[in-house]
Design a protein around this ligand. Structure first.
Ligand code: G6P
Length: 605
C-alpha cells in the first residue's frame, strides 16, 4: 500500500508534493514525509500520523528545493512512527516505497555486517543502504539503482532522489502501480493518475519490471534486463478527486447522498433512452460462457455475492465467487469457457489484480467492473465495465458499492437476454423495476432519524449480530463490515437459517440483532429465525417494508424501508447498512472518513 510521489519542478516542489499526497491519502495515513534536493543538498521532513502533522512540521521547518519525493504510509514492517516514516535515507540517497521487500531480512543482515547503520524497522531501508553501497563503489545513480533493483524480491513501486542531482528522479515498478506524468518543464511520478490529475493529463504507465530515469527534458525507460524500451505517452481525461465535502460533515455522508444521482448516471450510460436496450460495453458473448467466476475483496466481494444470485436467477448461469486473497493459492480449476469477473473500486487491489493475472490464458475472457478507469485492473482486463461512481474518498465504500451492484445487475440482465432466459415481457418488467432504484434509494436515505435512533443503541454495545437470507445475507455481511470498519464495534453476519448451528449461543438480553427481511419468498422463514432470537431475549431490530412491519408487529424496533421489488432490494437495503454504521460511528465519535488501521486501496498482499 502507501502512496508515493516525485516531482522535478520549476519552483519549490513541497506544496505540489503535499497536494499529491493529499490525493493519495486514501492509500494510508499512518505517517507521511517529503525529501527534496536544494542547492545540491538532500533534506527530509517526516511525521507520524496523518498528513496534517507533516504540514505542521513544514510550517516550522520549511523544505526548499525544486526536486523532491513524498510518501503517505500504510504500515507493513514497523510501527507507524517517525523513524519508520518514508522517505528513508542513507547518505546521498533517499527513497519512497509502496510494497513489500520480501528478502529484506537477508539484505539487512548482509548490509549490517558490511557496516550499514539501520535506524528503522522497515523493509524499505534496505533499499537505500544497498543503493548507497553501490554509489560508494563508484557507480552512477543509474547503475547503482539497477544493481539495487536486481537484488530486491517482492513487490514495489519506488522513487529515488540523489544528493547533488536536482534534475534526476529514478522510478521503478514491480508488482505495484506507478505512473510518470509529463508537464511543461516539469516531470512527475505518482502511484496513480489521480495523484497527478491537477498537474498533468499526459501519462506514461510503467509496465511490470520497468524502471525509468527521469529529467525535466527526458524520460528513459528500461526493462528488468536494463534494455531501453519504448512506453507510450497517453492522454487521460480525469475527474480530479472532489476536494470538498459539499456541506456534509464527512465525505462518507456526501458519498452516500450522491447515490441516487450516480445510479441514475449508470442507468443512463448503460440503457438506451429511446429503445430501452442495454448498451453495456460489448465483448462478452454470454451464450458461449458456461460458468462465471467472480473474484474481489472486501465490500466488492459482497457485491459479487449479491451478483451470484442475479446471474444464477436471471441468466441461469452457474457462478462461483471467491475472495481474491484465497483464489489463486488454492489453484482453482478453470475452464476455457469460463468468464472471470473481477470487481474493484480502486482497480489496484493487489490480490484482485493477481487473480486477474493468474487466469490469463486459462479462461475464455476477463471482465472488470471497476470504478477507476485508468487503474491497472481496468487496463489489463479484456472487457471493462466502468462503474461511473466518480472519486470515492471515504475509506468505507458506499457509492462505489451500489454502483457495482447496479452495473452487475445490468450485466446479469444482458446475460439473461443473450442466453434467452428472459422473454420480452419479463425483460420489460425487470427494466421497469430497475428504473425505480434511484427514487427508492432517495427514500431509503430519508430515514436518517430511524437509523440514528437504532445506532444510539448499537453504539452502546461491544458486539452486534446481523442476519439475512438470500440476497439479504450479503447485505448483512456488508452491514457488519461497515460497522466494524468505522465504529470499531465487533459485528458478525450470518445467514439467518444458520443461526441455530452455533451463533444462537451468543444471544442474551444484551446482544443487538439486526435483521434484514423485506417481504418476499424468504420473509416467513427469516421471521421464524427472528422469533428464535426473541425467545432468547435478543434485542431485535427488523428492517423490512410496510407489509413486513404489519406482519411482524411484535418486534421491539422496526425500520420501515421503502417497498421494493425483490430483485432490486439489495440496492435499497445497502443504504440501511451504510446509514446504521455511519450513525453508530458518529455516536461513538470515531474518525469516519479515515478509520484507524485501514486504507482505501490495498496494494499489498
Ligand atoms: C479495502 C477497502 C474496502 C474495499 C476493499 C477492496 O479493504 O477499505 O472498502 O472494499 O479494499 O477494494 P477495491 O478497491 O478492490 O474495491
Amino acid at each position: 500500500m502507501c502512496g508515493i510521489v516525485g516531482v522535478l519542478g520549476s519552483h519549490d516542489v513541497t506544496p505540489v508534493i503535499l497536494g499529491a499526497l493529499k490525493r493519495l491519502e486514501y492509500r494510508g495515513y499512518d505517517s507521511a514525509g517529503i525529501a527534496t534536493v536544494h542547492k545540491g543538498a538532500l533534506d527530509c521532513r517526516r511525521a507520524a500520523g496523518k498528513l496534517i502533522n507533516l504540514q505542521e512540521i513544514l510550517v516550522r521547518e520549511p523544505l526548499r528545493g525544486f526536486a523532491g519525493i513524498g510518501h503517505t504510509r500504510w504500515a507493513t514492517h514497523g510501527a507507524p512512527s517517525v523513524e519508520n516514516a518514508h522517505p528513508h535515507r542513507s547518505g546521498p540517497v533517499a527513497v519512497v516505497h509502496n510494497g513489500i521487500i520480501e528478502n529484506f531480512q537477508e539484505l539487512r543482515d548482509e548490509l549490517t555486517a558490511a557496516g550499514a547503520n539501520f535506524t528503522s524497522d522497515t523493509d524499505t531501508e534496505t533499499i537505500v543502504h544497498l543503493a548507497r553501497s553501490h554509489l560508494a563503489e563508484g557507480m552512477t545513480p543509474l547503475d547503482a539503482t539497477h544493481a539495487t533493483l536486481r537484488r530486491l524480491e517482492g513487490a514495489f513501486a519506488l522513487a529515488f532522489l540523489f544528493e547533488g542531482e536536482e534534475d534526476l528522479l529514478i522510478a521503478a515498478r514491480r508488482g505495484s502501480p506507478l505512473v510518470i506524468g509529463h508537464g511543461s518543464d516539469e516531470m512527475y511520478v505518482g502511484s496513480d493518475a489521480i495523484a497527478l490529475a491537477p498537474l498533468t493529463d499526459k501519462l506514461t504507465y510503467l509496465e511490470e519490471g520497468d524502471w525509468a530515469a527521469i529529467t525535466r527534458s527526458s524520460v528513459q525507460v528500461f526493462d528488468t534486463g536494463g534494455k531501453e524500451v519504448d512506453r507510450p505517452i497517453v492522454k487521460i481525461a480525469l475527474e480530479s478527486a472532489a476536494a470538498n465535502k459539499s456541506g456534509h460533515r464527512h465525505f462518507m455522508a456526501k458519498e452516500m447522498a450522491e447515490q441516487p444521482s450516480i445510479i441514475q448516471k449508470v442507468l443512463a450510460a448503460y440503457i438506451n433512452e429511446g429503445s430501452g436496450a442495454l448498451t453495456l460495453p460489448e465483448g462478452v458473448q454470454f451464450n458461449e460462457i458456461r460458468r462465471v467466476v467472480m473474484v474481489a475483496c472486501g465490500t466488492a466481494f459482497y457485491a459479487c455475492q449479491v451478483a451470484k444470485y442475479w446471474f444464477e436467477q436471471i441468466a441461469r448461469i452457474p457462478v462461483e465467487i471467491d475472495i481474491a486473497s484465497e483464489f489463486r493459492y488454492r489453484d482453482p480449476v478453470l475452464q476455457h469457457d469460463d468468464l472471470l469477473i473481477v470487481v474493484s473500486q480502486s482497480g489496484e487491489t493487489a490480490d484482485t489484480l493477481a487473480a486477474l493475472r493468474h487466469v490469463a490464458g486459462q479462461v475464455r475472457q476477463t471482465l472488470a467492473v471497476v470504478n477507476v478507469p485508468t487503474s491497472s485492473i481496468a487496463r489489463e482486463a479484456d472487457v471493462l465495465v466502468p462503474t461511473l461512481a466518480g472519486p470515492e474518498i471515504g475509506v468505507a465504500s458506499t457509492k462505489a458499492f451500489t454502483a457495482q451492484l447496479i452495473s452487475l445487475l445490468l450485466l446479469a440482465v444482458k446475460a439473461g437476454v443473450e442466453r434467452e432466459k428472459i422473454d420480452a415481457e419479463g425483460l420489460k418488467t425487470l427494466m421497469s423495476e430497475i428504473s425505480t432504484v434511484p427514487g427508492l434509494i432517495s427514500q431509503a436515505l430519508d430515514r436518517e432519524q430511524d437509523y440514528a435512533q437504532v445506532a444510539q443503541k448499537l453504539a452502546q454495545s461491544d458486539d452486534v449480530l446481523f442476519l439475512g437470507r438470500g440476497v439479504m445475507f450479503p447485505m448483512a455481511l456488508e452491514a457488519a463490515l461497515k460497522l466494524k470498519e468505522i465504529s470499531y464495534i465487533h459485528a458478525e453476519a450470518y445467514a439467518a437459517g444458520e443461526l441455530k448451528h452455533g451463533p444462537i449461543a451468543l444471544i442474551d438480553n444484551t446482544l443487538p440483532v439486526v435483521i434484514f427481511a423485506p417481504t418476499g419468498a424468504l420473509f416467513d422463514k427469516t421471521v421464524s429465525n427472528m422469533q428464535e432470537v426473541m425467545a432468547r431475549h435478543g434485542q431485535v431490530t427488523l428492517l423490512t417494508d410496510a407489509a413486513g412491519a404489519k406482519l411482524a408487529c411484535d418486534v421491539q424496533n422496526v425500520i420501515v424501508m421503502p417497498t421494493a421489488p425483490v430483485v432490486i432490494a439489495p440496492l435499497i437495503y445497502a443504504i440501511a447498512a451504510q446509514m446504521l454504521a455511519y450513525n453508530t460511528a458518529i455516536a461513538r465519535g470515531t474518525d469516519v472518513d479515515q478509520p484507524r488501521n485501514l486504507a482505501k486501496s490495498v496494494t499489498v498482499e
